[in-house]
Design a protein around this ligand. Structure first.
Ligand SMILES: Nc1ncnc2c1ncn2[C@@H]1O[C@H](COP(=O)(O)OP(=O)(O)OP(=O)(O)O)[C@@H](O)[C@H]1O
Ligand SMILES: [Mg+2]
Length: 360
């Protein structure tokens, strides 16, 4: 997949600007707070319908404007695709090749992107939320079935959690099995897809991490909880787990088992990375995960996603920068940095200088 053109109107600090990208490495450079990340964010938004830093689309609209409009002209192996988003304070409209899409799931897969920024260290260091988010965003892009199951699962989970707080014990005990049946059917889809994803991801992650560390470190990733069997069996196992936890769930007022509580075990040389890894190790592991994600997209969809590297070069040492550039040679990349010449060592690229929301 390649993005050819990106038009931003009243998006963040852009009034109206058109970016033209080349197929290989594109470098957005400029001083701090000029709009480099904003541009990267727009690309990610058009790929996933999700913004990076915020929950409310409102912040994406340029201050003083009443709506933002962003448009990408891209190409995937089926041909040209245009994606447009008009973002209002309380709603948004997304169009794919001119047709308005009814749900976000219909956006997934047209253009895939992998985003990496220093904040991605959270992927290793923070709580399980970040790792689930990583899996959810990544798997959703290649599997609309996963995305739909996730939305439905979350909805029923919310309802189940409200029910658990209900004072009417008989009502709760009568209703729980009804919710649980549905919850487990969606949970099983999520669990199964995550397992397939991790099975593909883990060997790549190990390989990339070894490459980036010259073989000094071994990165292992696996699900923290094992589920056996096919979807039907997983659903059954989960149903039992839910039943076994009725008392606990009622006491705590929320659902304590299920894929919304699952995590990944990440170890470096056999040691839990979350608890013990250094900054540099964490950064390398996160980068290895992201590079693996690129390969998985390629394996699943037949083509490379667009790689967005926001501000990551300055955090890597010289050797790793060079290795990174080597790893991404075949992937269309949008890279942001403050000093293009310091990070690229003459690598061939399309340089775009950004100053105060303008290309110069
Ligand atoms: N909705 C908005 N309306 C107007 N300006 C905005 C809006 N949202 C963000 N900005 C401005 O955009 C600028 C930040 O842009 P961005 O995060 O892209 O910077 P950057 O070039 O990536 O900088 P750095 O090198 O520090 O990461 C800030 O000056 C911020 O005030
Ligand atoms: Mg930035």
């Amino acid at each position: 997949m390649k993005i050819k053109k990106l038009f931003l109107q009243n998006f963040r600090n852009y009034e109206a600007e058109t970016f033209e990208f080349s197929d290989g490495l594109n470098v957005l450079f400029g001083k701090n707070a000029q709009g480099k990340t904003n541009c990267a964010e727009a690309v990610f938004y058009l790929c996933t319908g999700a913004s990076l830093r915020i929950r409310h689309d409102k912040q994406l609209i340029r201050m003083g404007a009443d709506h933002a409009f962003i448009q990408a002209e891209a190409e995937n192996r089926y041909g040209k695709v245009t994606i447009e988003a008009t973002i209002y304070e309380n709603k948004r409209e997304i169009r794919v090749n001119g047709s308005k899409i009814a749900k976000n799931a219909d956006l997934m897969g047209h253009i895939n992107s992998v985003f990496f920024s220093p904040g991605e260290l959270r992927l290793i260091q923070d709580g399980p939320d970040e790792r689930r988010r990583f899996m959810n965003i990544s798997i959703s892009q290649t599997s609309p079935a996963y995305y739909t199951a996730l939305l439905r699962y979350n909805k029923i989970l919310d309802q189940r959690n409200s029910l658990l707080k209900d004072k009417d014990f008989n009502l709760v005990m009568d209703t729980l099995p009804v919710w649980d049946e549905q919850l487990c059917s969606y949970a099983a889809i999520i669990v199964k897809k995550r397992a397939e994803f991790l099975e593909k991801l883990a060997p790549y992650a190990k390989e990339y991490h070894a490459l980036l560390t010259d073989g000094a470190e071994e990165l292992l990733i696996k699900p923290d909880r094992k589920y056996e069997g096919d979807e039907a069996e997983i659903a059954k196992t989960l149903l039992h787990r839910l039943e076994n936890n009725y008392e606990k769930d009622l006491r705590l007022g929320f659902t304590t088992v299920g894929p919304h509580r699952d995590d990944l075990d990440v170890t470096i040389n056999g040691i839990d990375a979350k608890a013990y890894a250094s900054q540099g190790q964490t950064r390398t592991a996160a980068l290895a995960l992201k590079l693996s994600e690129v390969q998985i997209f390629k394996a699943l969809s037949g083509e490379y996603p667009i790689l967005v590297l926001d501000d990551v070069m300055s955090e890597l040492d010289l050797k790793r920068r060079k290795k990174l550039l080597g790893c991404i040679a075949d992937v269309q990349t949008i890279l942001t940095c403050t000093h293009a010449e310091r990070v690229l060592y003459g690598a061939e690229c399309n340089k775009i200088r950004i100053d105060n929301g303008r290309i110069i």
